[in-house]
Design a protein around this ligand. Structure first.
Ligand code: GLN
Length: 475
């Protein structure tokens, strides 16, 4: 059996029937992860107890204590806490921070007996679209190692793409699951805000952050989502499971073509239109929709998000968290610790966030952005109320770019999230599914289709994505 190319359900069956053990599965993944990590650098750390974890999964299987994910190898983004292990957020300031508790998603996965392969690289504190903002070196795109995997969850996307884990967890504040999924040719899902507990995820923008899965197909992603969703006492914004709607396959797909005119590669638009045609031939109704305020989404995001970032990152002061640097006075300690510990992008966002919240400017920037955010949310609501079941866009305006290409141009980097950011601002769920490849400079690079559903309709997106894969003959 080809372990590295099997789905969760295929491995589940093989393990339950005793054809394979969890140790066999874990060893295959760990070996491949270790072999490829020098080249790809998807992992900051591959755990040294992978086999022991798998043995415990095998004992569970022997006892008949079997869950959908028992013995399934998974990679975890380095901003999700696993008790007793380092969680650095790919920042120097948390380089040696060991988690003192499990994130709720980790606790749920542990109860199912998953096998954690390691912690994956990311942009520092999840800020970036290329994984180049990691304090520990960049991750390479497995489809072309001269290119970025996307970000900020680039390590998780690359790990799944290069068979270094079967599935992975990432976080998505403005696109950090969907964008790297698209650039690495895998599925990435951002749940409805609140569908998954944020407890134990290192906070970036608390009104935007969600944890979600990466997988090589929609069914595997759905199984991971099913395992991690649900209400949580420790996250007051989490939703009870009954809030999520029963899944229905969408019929009517809305396309905001007015928003897809600027800055999108021609090849991506061609692939997108060709895929819409295929959907139409398979019985879907494709209609044009208007989202009048969506053009402000990126600007709104780059005010709301830094405001929340500057607040959330205040705790890394060398006293509560962070490697302390001693100065002359307490204020000196703070300033030495923070200027030494944070990278450029973190600093840029702390400065921006502090500015937009400052007295005299908060009305002009933060409160105005907040009001426009409400407007964008209304736009989406209206479209869904008009009978559209889901919205489709390309996930990204370009395929994977070269390492270094946008590193010194923050605005160009921010534009990579143009189609993903509106989703976080409105709190709705969205999925990125591979929609083919484009040829650029001799490389064949994957691209993604994004489907967006109304709030609580997470299940519809999996039905949509599974059918999309079927139409495209993807396993
Ligand atoms: N790339 C976006 C940013 O830099 C999104 C990040 C994320 O979703 N964590 O903010």
């Amino acid at each position: 059996m080809d372990i590295l190319n099997s789905t969760i359900e295929e491995l589940r069956k093989a393990m339950d029937e005793g054809v394979l053990s969890a140790v066999d599965v874990a060893k295959a993944y760990e070996e491949n992860a270790r072999n490829r990590n020098d080249e790809i650098h998807a992992y900051l750390e591959i755990f040294d107890d992978v086999e022991e974890q798998a043995q415990r999964a095998d004992e569970m299987i022997k006892r008949g204590e079997i869950y959908p994910l028992t013995g399934i190898p998974i990679a975890i983004k380095d901003n999700i806490l696993i008790k007793g292990r380092i969680a650095s957020g790919a920042s120097k300031i948390l380089e040696n921070y060991t988690a003192s508790y499990d994130a709720t998603v980790i606790q749920k996965l542990k109860e199912q007996g998953v096998v954690f392969i390691g912690r994956t690289n990311m942009d520092e504190f999840a800020m970036g679209s290329s994984t180049e903002n990691s304090a520990f070196g960049e991750t390479k795109n497995p489809h072309d190692t001269t290119r970025v995997p996307g970000g900020s969850s680039g390590g998780s996307a690359a790990a799944v793409s290069a068979n270094m884990a079967l599935v992975a967890l990432g976080t998505d504040t403005g696109g950090s699951i969907r964008q790297p999924a698209a650039l690495c040719g895998v599925v990435g899902f951002k749940p409805t805000y609140g569908a998954v507990s944020r407890y134990g995820a290192i906070a970036m923008g608390s009104s935007l952050d969600q944890i979600g899965p990466f997988a090589r197909n929609a069914r595997d992603a759905q199984m991971v989502f099913d395992a991690i969703k649900g209400s949580d006492f420790y996250d007051a914004t989490s939703l009870s499971e009954s809030t999520l709607k029963e899944p229905h396959k969408p019929k009517k797909i809305g396309v905001p073509r007015h928003f897809l005119t600027k800055g999108v590669d021609k090849e991506i638009m061609e692939a997108f239109e060709a895929n819409l045609k295929k959907l139409e031939q398979n019985g879907y109704e494709i209609v044009d929709i208007e989202l009048p305020s969506i053009e402000y989404a990126l600007a709104v995001y780059y005010i709301v998000m830094p405001a929340e970032v500057s607040t959330n990152l205040a705790r890394y002061d060398g006293i509560r968290y962070g490697v302390a640097k001693k100065g002359e006075t307490l204020l000196d300690d703070y300033s030495k610790t923070r200027s030494n510990g944070f990278g450029d992008e973190s600093r840029r966002r702390i400065l921006l966030g502090t500015f937009v919240l400052s007295s005299g400017y908060a009305d002009a920037y933060y409160r105005k952005a907040h009001a426009v955010r409400g407007q964008i949310r209304e736009d989406f609501k209206k479209v869904f109320e008009s009978g559209v079941d889901c919205i489709a866009t390309p996930t990204t305006p370009t395929p994977a770019f070269k390492i270094g290409e946008k590193a010194s141009d923050p605005l160009a980097m921010y534009a990579a999230d143009i189609f993903t950011v509106p989703v976080n601002l409105t709190g709705v769920p969205a999925i990125s599914v591979p929609m083919g490849k484009v040829d650029t400079d001799g490389a064949s690079l994957p691209i993604g289709m994004q489907f967006i559903a109304p709030q609580y309709h997470d299940g519809d997106l999996f039905e949509m994505a599974k059918d999309f894969e079927k139409i495209n003959n993807i396993k």
